[in-house]
Design a protein around this ligand. Sequence first.
Ligand code: ACK
Length: 222
Amino acid sequence: GPLEEMSIPLYFGWFLLSSVQDKVRCTSMDFLKTLDTLEAFKKHMTDFTGKAEKEVDLEQYFQGKGTLHCTTKFCNYGKAEGAKEYVQNPAVQDFYGSTFELSLSALFVTPRTVGARVSLTEEQLKLWPADAEKEAESAVPAAASLPLGSRAHVTLGCAEGVEPVQTGLDLLQILALQQEGQQGELVEEMELGPLTYYGEGRWLLSLREPICAPACFSSFYK
Ligand code: ACK
């Protein structure tokens, strides 16, 4: 009945503790600031602006989307497919309220979103829905053939009019290109690691030292 549906949250996920949220936001802002100044980025600026000659301020271009988290399951209060099954997963019940250490292994930017890739451990994958990647198939056809957990990310910002669900799709698209054997164009070694361009405004900074982010497994209701 409706009451049962009310108790299922909008989504489950790992919520970054506030100290590390600040650190991740700063790292992301610094990255955007630096990317904006690179000649290689300016060369591909039309990916973002649509027209030549126009400058883009990446720090203004993206808007933050509230508390930093890594979604495990979007439940939509029970209306999303597999939501009820997810809630009943013993791992979800056992780990609810526990703190984990997420590994943020890369930052990526597209004309739509900016995010951090999360590399999940075996234990963390117990909280990952088996069909999370497959569900993205209509947007990213190769998604279903990517390893479990490929979609795991933290949304750091979205362009105007873009919904945060896009961040995971943008990540899957980059990983699908890699899987197809597209190595991208290594643009330069930045302080944080190598920066690669995958065309169509897609940039990936692999972090030489992943950011360790303590995060609480919990849920969000609006
Ligand atoms: O940035 P995110 O991972 O993308 O966190 C938000 C969160 O749920 C609340 O909106 C994510 N989200 C929204 N719709 C979906 C969906 N259909 N599948 C997976 N994640 C979703 C969004």
